[in-house]
Every structure is written in structure tokens, then in C-alpha cells.
Design a protein around this ligand. Structure first.
Ligand SMILES: [Zn+2]
Ligand SMILES: [Zn+2]
Length: 806
């Protein structure tokens, strides 16, 4: 029996932008009830107490530091004029290190003022040396534009800051290249525009003193691996012109930021992590919705399918959406200004609608004080919502995290977070909306039916203790390295010294490019042989994206990455796009296009696949007696073979229909563990239960990996089997869903005992009887969550953990 879970390759970077705008609004009507009193009333509603933990995050006074002696008076005056009286200690520390020429990453909390840490040394240098230049990289154009406003507002003589991105008019580009000394751009523009045009940029690059990389935790996975090589290409061009810029990086708090920054830049980087900025006090509650009675119909006001949340799982816990809606209604009824963050747009609308209904039932008309907010509103509509909330006309707002980007709104009395947003950075970003100056606020994390959420509400130390989740990337990925070396070779022939710069695997990649006829070796180096440049997309994933097109209008609705297209867009699939339901008429695999029509049938569709995995090579392993732990390359072959149609209301299977789709192959990196059949028998796992035990352990392990690395379960796939031909033993594989790997499996291997301990605890601590979405069921199972054995999964993991060294 083999069970598999292919997960798609999706790697959209998260953009957790820091609110640095001075225009942030706050204040409003008088204070609400004290957070502790409010929380007491909220948790007293039901029979069982849903609160698993209350953390009082105390207010913190800031620790100021003197201005560095090297900061010129003009610069200090400019900052003082913008309201910065003195730097906080972490800002001064990072600025001093950078000014001394050390590469530094400042990894502190939301709104801790990381920008001053790089602005100080960069601008001081520009003022002291009228020829020096600075390059600033942000993951989005919007953030670069924000930063441009901030630097321009300082009105420093001769700096001439300017954004240089895809939107910059051609007519301005030459002026910027020649005259701007503080250029703000993004990695895509550096890759597609600046580096290929390095001759035109030679004056700028020759004098480059600093490279600032803002929000560097967003460069993760395959995208991060590409960016790592774009930065090496930048360093190479600088070196050709005789410049060795200092790198200053800003990151959200994460596990081991120095290592991540070092991998990204290829340089030794010192981390500054002690946050010395002031913050308001927050009472932070972790909330687990109660289990439903066993024979409850689990009737939700809205089928979970329609919200894009779990769509095939039997619900045993009250949904986080309903719980959040009730909490929102309760806080609004108390007159508390509340913001609820919900992951999906449809979910936000459901929360707002249910809260409105509950309030109107209590006091007709009260429901009008709750609204839903989603991205895509016009600027005026957003401003109107902000105004209404500020003045108290509106008391409750349910939003997707679009609000993180679109609206400047702080100083709320309470923030409800419906489902863990995926990273600690996002969690604190959202919680950070609560709290007016000098006042305590309430934040509540409502757990969804998901192993990671369940784990977190029972392990508050994973949220409030030292971070373990690290930003991972893998610059040695051959699928990233080879195309990046090709780009580098176009910019200048590769030399043996460059192989050291591009690091592990570079020589092999160059040999491959030579063998493929892309490079030619001459005595002076490796030369690009073709006329045209290689096409390399930094955000490229396995397989070209598939276009989703509405047949009747020809309108392009969006794209789905090639990796998950067979799952989501097969003929007959019901496909949700931004909350609207479509049915796929045809998937054209060759042209990469799916034709769909808007339709909302009363069933959902669930693709089934068969997956084979073979071990190509072992990179590293731990021999732990009856248990083996491995990291290596694998070939994954998968084919989507059929799909089920199920009634939305009841989950009843209507029928299973065959599909005729080609197989797909993925060479990637996997972590796997094996157990001897004897050790399983000794632990009480009956032979017949081994497949279900391994399968359940595999699901939960995939669900918990985001605790260790900033990925989500959709970045990872798994396969478990009672006997695998290559290992000849019961085995669980967990693999990166990206060609060549993205660093997730490697991180899992490096933290194996902590990762599997968390997995074991998440399963053991779930209150369900036989397994549920909070522990061992997976929303993306290719086998319809069958077989699964919850108690035996715990036994399996116990065997692994007792034998594996820490
Ligand atoms: Zn459970
Ligand atoms: Zn499965």
C-alpha cells in the first residue's frame, strides 16, 4: 500500500510590509474595557473554556542610544526634523557595524524602525563622499516607493533618490543612471534590467558603497535561491569595476537570520536581533474552537468548500470562521473596536455576514457597525472605511491580510486572527494592529482545523519564545544555478574564480552548460555561445504556468503553476478563483491553458493521483539502529488518474470519473526515515496498520514543517509505504515540491528530532478520537485520507524519537 500527497510548487513570496509611514492614523473614541476583563467575558460564553493560553506581552520602554559620532550634523538634523529624536539601540548597533564595513542583518519586530539602521550609514556615506552610491532592493514596487518617499523627505543635498523599476519612464532612466546616488529597485529589475545593462551602469556600480536588502525574509525557497545568485552576479560586476559594497539587510524576526542572510548574499553576515524599540502591552490569547458532538451534522452556515478552506475533510471541530464571527459580534456588542483577519476573501465576507446577523438578532441595526474589507477596493473606499473605523461609526472589520498592505490603521482595541497566518512575522504584523499608545490591547489567535494551528495553541512557547522558523533557500539547486550561471556568462565570461563565488555545484552546472552547447570553454574562460540571452524568470517554478481562461469571454482569470494544474484544472474540476466558482471544460496540457465557465454546482471535485518515488542518491544519513534518517535526491513520478465528485452539503461521493493526463516527473530533494518492521511490531503496530500509521505520520509531519521553515504545506509533498523497493523498509518520504529542491527538506533533515517531536505532540494532543484535520488528515491527500491510523502514528513517531539522537 502506497500513499502519496503530491503538493504543488507554489512559492509566492510573502510580503509582510512594515508600516513605516508617518501618516499612520490612531486615536478615536474613548477607551474600551480592559483586555483582561473583555477576555474573561468572551471565554465564559460556552460550556468548555476554549482558551489554551494567555500571554501577557508587557509594554516595553524603548532603549535609546546616542547618534553615532560619524553621523554628520546635517543628517541628524534631517532625522530630528522628521521626529526621530535618537536611534534605538538596535538601530545604532547595526548602523555602527555597517559603517565599519561589516555586512549586517537587523532582524527585529514589526515597526521597530529597521530602516534607520541602513539609512544612517548609507546616507552618512553619501554625504561624506559626494561620489558614493547606494542600491536599495525591496521585494515589491510599493515598498520601494514608500522608502523613496521616506528618503526624499529628508531633503538631503545631492542624494537624488529615485525608483528604477518596470514603471520608470524610459525618458527618466538615463538621468537616474547618471545622477541618482540612491537607487531603489527590486530583484527582478536588477536581474532583467540593471545587470544585463551593466555597461550603462558602470559609473554607478564603480562607486557602490552599500547594498540594502529590505524585507529579506521574503527571499525564500526557489525565488530566494534565484535572488541569491542575482546578488552574486551583482557582486561580480561590482568587483570588475573595483567596488566591494557593504550589504545591510533587514528581516522580520526569524530563527538564525545570520545564516539565512549569509546564504542569500554569499557573505559572512552579523545579526542584530535585540529589539530596543518601545511597544504597547498586549494580552494575547490562544483560542481553540471546541470539538463538535460526535454525531453532529457539523452544519456550518456556509459550506467550508465555498470559503476555499478545507474542502474534503470531515469537520469535527467548530470552524474557526464561525468562532471568529461570534467573537467579532461579542466584542462589537461591548463597544470594542475590533479587526478580524481571515485568510481568504470569501472567509472574511462570511465572518462579517455572520457577525452582522448575530448583532442584528440582539439589537436590530447594530449589524451595520460591522463590515468586510478585501483587497481591490478603490483608494477612496479604503479611506472611507478607515475614517468610519477611526470615528467609531464602524466598530468591527473583517479583512483578508490585504489590509496589511492597503490601509494604515493602528490603535484598535482588539485584533482577532482567524487561523495562523503562516509565519510569526505575519502573526505579529497582524497582532501589531492592536493597541493605542499607552493602552493595553487584546489579540486572539483562533486555531483552524490544521495540525500546525493545533500545535501552536498548545505550545505557546513556539509563538512567544525564541523563533525556530527559519528562512530557507538553496543556492546549490542545479535548476537555479545553471540558468543563473548562463545569465552571468552573458554579462561577462565565467572564470575559475567565479566558480568559487557561485559556490557549491557551480562547476557541475558549468560542465552541463558546456555539454549542452550553451557555453564554450576558451583559455580566458567560459563564453555564452548564443546570440540571444537566456530567458530566466526569478519566480519561475516547475513547469510553465497554466492560463485560466473564461471560454465565453476569452478573459484571462489568472494562472496556476504547472505543478498543481493537473490537480486543480483537470476537465470537470470545480475551480475557485477569488471566491468565484468555475467549472473546467478542458485542460490543454500542450498549450498550457484551461478553458472554464462560471458555474456553481452543488458538488466539489477531488483529484486522485498515483505517485512513484525512487531514490537517486543519498547526501547524508543518520544510522540510529532500527531507525534511519536520510537526505538525498529523489525522482518523483506522478499522474492524476481520476477525480471524485462530492456533494458539498453532505460530503457524499456522487461518482468517480477517470482522467487521461500524462505523467509528470520531478527530480527534487527529500528527507526520509525508515523503521525496521521489528521495531514497529515491538511498539504494538500491527502489520495491517503499518500503512495507516505511516500515512498519518507523514500528513502531520508535512503539516508541521512550516514551524521549522517558512514554507507552507503546499510547497511540500510526501509519500509513505510499508515497504519501499529502494529502502526495503517501512518508509516516510517528505520532498520539496520544486525541481531541484528549495531547502525545505534540507531544513527538515537538519531539525529532524525537533520537527518530528512537534509532529508527535500535535497528534497526541489533539482531542479527536480517530484523526481529524487538526492532526492527521490532509486537505491535499491524493488518497482521500485513507488509510489513516492516529494512535499508530504516535507509536511510529515514538520509535523514531527514542532512537534518533537529538
Ligand atoms: Zn485530531
Ligand atoms: Zn495522504
Amino acid at each position: 500500500m502506497t500513499s502519496n500527497d503530491f503538493s504543488s510548487a507554489r512559492g509566492t513570496p510573502r510580503h509582510d510590509l512594515e508600516s513605516s509611514s508617518a501618516a499612520t492614523v490612531s486615536a478615536g473614541p474613548g477607551p474600551g474595557p480592559a483586555p483582561a476583563d473583555l477576555l474573561r467575558r468572551l471565554r465564559a460564553r460556552g460550556a468548555a473554556d476554549p482558551v489554551t493560553h494567555v500571554e501577557r506581552v508587557p509594554a516595553r520602554a524603548g532603549v535609546p542610544a546616542p547618534w553615532p559620532s560619524w553621523a554628520p550634523a546635517e543628517l541628524r538634523a534631517a532625522f530630528t526634523g522628521r521626529g526621530v529624536v535618537a536611534p534605538w539601540q538596535h538601530q545604532a548597533q547595526a548602523a555602527n557595524l555597517a559603517y565599519e564595513g561589516q555586512h549586517v542583518v537587523v532582524a527585529t519586530g514589526t515597526a521597530s524602525g529597521k530602516s534607520l539602521a541602513y539609512q544612517l550609514p548609507a546616507l552618512a556615506t553619501l554625504l561624506a563622499d559626494p561620489r558614493a552610491t547606494v542600491l536599495y532592493l525591496a521585494p515589491t514596487k510599493a515598498l520601494a516607493a514608500d522608502q523613496l518617499r521616506a528618503v526624499a523627505a529628508l531633503e538631503l543635498e545631492g542624494v537624488r533618490p529615485a525608483c528604477y523599476d518596470g514603471d520608470t519612464p524610459r525618458t527618466e532612466r538615463e538621468w537616474i543612471r547618471r545622477h541618482s546616488r540612491f537607487v531603489l529597485t527590486n530583484p527582478d529589475m536588477l536581474h532583467h534590467g540593471i545587470l544585463p545593462g551593466h555597461a550603462q551602469w558602470s559609473g554607478f556600480l564603480r562607486r557602490l558603497a552599500y547594498v540594502v536588502i529590505d524585507e529579506c525574509h521574503t527571499y525564500r525557497g526557489v525565488f530566494g535561491s534565484h535572488v541569491a545568485h542575482v546578488l552574486r552576479r551583482l557582486r561580480r560586476q561590482c568587483a570588475r569595476f573595483g567596488a566591494t559594497p557593504v550589504f545591510v539587510l533587514a528581516s522580520a524576526t526569524s530563527g538564525d537570520p545570520a545564516t539565512a542572510a549569509g546564504r542569500l548574499t554569499g557573505l559572512p553576515v552579523t545579526a542584530v536581533t535585540e529589539d530596543a524599540s518601545p511597544r504597547g502591552g498586549v494580552t494575547f490569547a490562544l483560542w481553540e474552537p471546541p470539538l463538535l458532538p460526535p454525531d453532529s451534522s457539523a452544519a456550518s452556515l456556509v459550506p467550508p468548500q465555498a470559503t476555499g478552506e478545507h474542502d474534503e475533510l470531515h469537520q469535527v471541530r467548530r470552524s474557526a470562521l464561525r468562532e471568529t464571527a461570534d467573537l467579532l459580534a461579542d466584542t462589537v456588542a461591548e463597544g470594542v473596536r475590533t479587526l478580524a483577519f481571515v485568510r481568504s476573501r470569501k472567509g472574511a465576507e462570511v465572518v462579517a455576514a455572520n457577525a452582522r446577523r448575530a448583532l442584528d438578532d440582539a439589537v436590530p441595526g447594530l449589524g451595520d457597525r460591522v463590515a468586510a474589507y478585501r483587497g481591490g477596493y478603490l483608494r477612496e473606499e479604503r479611506r472611507e472605511l478607515e475614517r468610519a473605523l477611526l470615528h467609531g461609526d464602524l466598530l468591527g472589520l473583517a479583512s483578508t491580510n490585504a489590509l496589511e498592505l492597503g490601509v494604515d490603521l493602528v490603535g484598535l482595541d482588539a485584533v482577532l486572527i482567524c487561523g495562523y497566518p503562516g509565519t510569526r512575522a505575519s502573526l505579529w504584523q497582524q497582532a501589531g494592529r492592536a493597541g493605542r499608545s499607552g493602552q493595553e490591547a487584546l489579540a486572539v489567535l483562533v486555531a483552524r482545523d490544521d495540525p500546525l494551528d493545533t500545535y501552536l495553541v498548545h505550545h505557546p512557547e513556539a509563538i512567544f519564545g525564541a523563533p525556530v522558523e527559519a528562512t530557507v533557500l538553496d543556492p546549490a539547486n542545479p535548476y537555479v544555478l545553471a540558468p543563473q550561471l548562463a545569465c552571468a556568462a552573458v554579462e561577462a565570461p565565467l572564470t575559475p574564480a567565479d566558480l568559487t563565488l557561485f559556490g557549491e555545484g557551480a562547476k557541475e552546472a558549468v560542465d552541463q552548460l558546456v555539454a549542452a552547447g550553451a557555453l564554450r570553454q576558451r583559455p580566458t574562460g567560459w563564453y555564452w555561445r548564443h546570440r540571444e540571452r537566456p530567458e530566466v524568470d526569478l519566480r519561475g517554478e516547475g513547469g510553465a504556468p497554466v492560463a485560466v481562461v473564461e471560454s465565453s469571454t476569452g478573459r484571462l482569470l489568472g494562472t496556476v503553476d504547472g505543478g498543481s494544474s493537473h490537480f486543480l484544472l483537470h476537465s470537470g474540476a470545480v475551480y475557485l478563483h477569488q471566491g468565484v466558482s468555475y467549472v473546467v471544460d478542458q485542460l490543454d496540457v500542450v498549450d498550457g491553458c484551461a478553458l472554464v465557465r462560471a458555474e456553481e454546482p452543488d458538488w466539489s471535485t477531488h483529484a486522485r493521483d498515483v505517485t512513484d518515488l525512487s531514490v537517486v542518491s543519498v547526501r547524508s544519513y543518520v544510522d540510529a539502529g532500527p531507525v534511519g534518517m536520510f537526505l538525498g535526491e529523489v525522482d518523483v513520478t506522478s499522474q492524476v488518474v481520476s477525480y471524485q465528485r462530492r456533494r458539498i452539503a453532505t460530503g457524499e461521493v456522487i461518482d468517480t470519473r477517470p482522467l487521461d493526463l500524462p505523467t509528470r516527473e520531478l527530480r527534487t530533494v527529500a528527507v526520509w526515515f525508515t523503521l525496521s518492521p521489528q521495531s514497529l511490531a515491538a511498539a504494538g503496530v500491527q502489520p495491517a496498520d503499518v500503512p495507516g500509521a505511516l500515512h498519518a505520520a507523514e500528513h502531520a509531519a508535512i503539516g508541521l514543517l512550516p514551524l521549522m521553515a517558512t514554507c507552507d504545506r503546499w510547497d511540500i509533498g510526501g509519500l509513505s509505504t510499508a515497504v519501499h523497493p529502494d529502502t526495503e523498509a517501512p518508509t516516510v518520504f517528505v520532498y520539496d515540491g520544486h525541481p531541484g529542491g528549495a531547502g525545505f527538506a534540507e531544513r527538515a533533515y537538519g531539525t529532524a528530532s525537533a520537527w518530528l517531536r512537534a509532529t508527535r505532540d500535535a497528534i497526541a494532543e489533539c482531542g479527536c478520537e480517530t484523526g481529524c484535520p487538526s492532526c492527521v488528515q490532509s486537505p491535499k491527500c491524493g488518497n482521500g485520507n485513507n488509510p489513516l491510523s492516529k494512535p499508530d502514528a504516535i507509536r511510529v513517531l515514538d520509535v523514531v524519537l527514542t532512537n534518533l539522537p537529538d
